[in-house]
Design a protein around this ligand. Structure first.
Ligand SMILES: [Zn+2]
Length: 483
């Protein structure tokens, strides 16, 4: 097992968030009623002519620059010919030997080890439509199938990596980084459930130390980071088993089934010449001036690495915290927007990493999709740091904010949660606790001073978490006669 090495390359398809499709002005929005976003162009009627959406080119340039690619000043569209019922034209408009971006790279870190993953190319293409099967979730067993062409001609960028990836974890780290950059550039929402990011993995193995490549299999249908990791590991094991038993790997396309965590052969792998690529005669070559490239470069937003460094320098966040907060653009934006209301970066980060993270994870939401706003979070933190509520109550308050969207002050007064700093009230609770806990009192008097923590806990319990814990501690010690 250890004498083998995996060689992995990923092809990632990212669906762009342009308003309209690649070659017509139909809406590119996801989720509309079937066949309501269609026209003669994207349904492949005879005699129509495609007109390129300039934003698609601009988005491609953005991604190319952000991934250290060179932008090809002269690139062109080609027809990729194949038949499938969701492709009315009988060909997909893609790019072949003259893609828009070439030779980039990205650095990824896995368990502290940094590796450089080359990017072979990024090209523009249009998506196909979608088959909707009735009575089954795939064509086998379906009674009949419909074609929905809303997605037909929605713009995609395909990002093809070099075979520089050596294991499944590295593949996931690379893919997460691609998603992060797409989101920061605001050109793709990265939503894998809705299919706006899809991935195919080319996997082969070879003996460690060898430089030539083994025969690869392409694994398709990787719709989550988990499936990328699992499917690659499965494929590596499958190939090792075959070779160790003296067999040979055949070049093929395999389909990953998430439910059964298994792959099965789909077809023997096609070669590029099977698609009869040729330049699309309906579309002129795309000429990109260096001025345009520079203009786009100037418009690039601050990317995750730059933001992480700035947070460490300006807000004294440690690297772990800065990495966490910049891992999603929405989270980093939330952090910065909260800072506008309260200048307590470390407190904000702590809440975002703990209670907020737990809540959004349990609801599978992005931080923007809850009732908690930066202003509401800041309000809660300010009540806590002013001592108006205890840390324990703050945890209840934030949950209440998530449920109701009310501000912390309102929740505290409505529910009577304000921290009790009234000595008389706390003393009363302490006296009750002392009466109920003779044993602890005795052991403290016999020198076991650490038992005082237990008594403070009882006082907090008795006051519903509202007693000011510092004050309770001080009063307890006074009443017990210890300093
Ligand atoms: Zn259309």
């Amino acid at each position: 097992m250890t004498s083998w090495e995996a060689v992995i390359g990923l092809e990632i398809h990212a669906q762009l968030t342009t308003n309209t499709k690649t070659f017509c002005n139909c809406s590119a929005e996801f989720g509309a009623t079937a066949n309501t976003h269609i026209c003669p162009v994207c349904t492949g009627m005879p005699g129509v002519l495609p007109v390129l959406n300039k934003n698609v080119v601009e988005y491609a340039i953005k991604l190319g620059l952000a991934t250290n690619c060179s932008i090809s000043g002269h690139n062109e569209f080609a027809r990729k010919n194949y038949f499938y019922p969701d492709l009315p034209k009988g060909y997909q408009i893609s790019q072949f030997d003259k893609p828009i971006c070439l030779k980039g790279h990205m650095d990824v870190v896995v368990e502290g080890k940094e590796s450089k993953i080359g990017i072979t190319r990024i090209h523009m293409e249009e998506d196909a439509g979608k088959l909707v099967h009735q009575g089954s979730d795939n064509i086998k067993g379906a009674t009949h199938s419909f074609v929905d062409l809303n997605r037909s001609s929605v713009p995609l960028l395909e990002i093809v990596s070099e075979p520089d990836i050596r294991n499944a974890k590295e593949a996931v780290a690379y893919m997460e980084k691609v998603k992060q950059i797409l989101q920061y550039l605001e050109i793709c929402d990265g939503n894998m459930e809705e299919g706006s990011m899809r991935c195919d993995a080319n996997v082969s193995i070879r003996k460690k130390g060898e430089t030539s490549l083994g025969t690869k299999a392409e694994v398709k249908n990787l719709n989550s980071f988990k499936s990328v990791e699992k499917a690659i590991n499965l494929e590596i094991e499958r190939q090792i088993d075959i070779l160790e038993e003296g067999g040979t790997i055949i070049q093929e396309t395999r389909h990953y089934n998430e439910a059964t965590n298994s792959t099965k052969s789909l077809r023997s792998k096609e070669e590029a010449h099977d698609y009869r690529y040729f330049p699309d005669p309906d579309l002129v070559p795309i000429v990109i001036s260096s001025e345009w490239v520079e203009e786009v470069r100037k418009s690039l937003p601050e990317l995750p690495e730059a933001r992480r460094n700035r947070y460490m320098a300006d807000y004294a966040l440690n690297e772990y915290d800065a990495l966490y907060i910049t891992s999603e653009k929405s989270l980093a934006d939330f952090f910065e927007n909260t800072l506008k209301f309260i200048n307590k970066p470390k407190d904000i980060v702590n809440w975002l990493m703990s209670d907020v993270a737990a809540y959004i994870k349990s609801k599978q939401l992005s931080v923007n999709a809850t009732k908690l706003t930066p202003e509401l979070l800041a309000g809660m933190i300010s009540l806590l740091s002013a001592g108006s509520i205890s840390g324990k109550i703050a945890k209840d308050v934030i949950l209440e904010i998530f449920e109701t969207g009310k501000n912390a002050q309102q929740i505290v007064s409505e529910k009577g949660l304000a921290q009790v700093s009234d000595e008389g009230a706390i003393k009363q609770a302490i006296e009750q606790v002392l009466q109920e806990n003779h044993e602890s009192v005795e052991s403290i008097k016999n020198g076991k001073v650490q038992a005082i923590g237990f008594l403070v806990g009882q006082v907090m319990k008795k006051t519903g978490g509202k007693a000011n814990p510092g004050l309770a501690n001080k009063l307890l010690k006074e009443l017990l006669g210890i300093s």
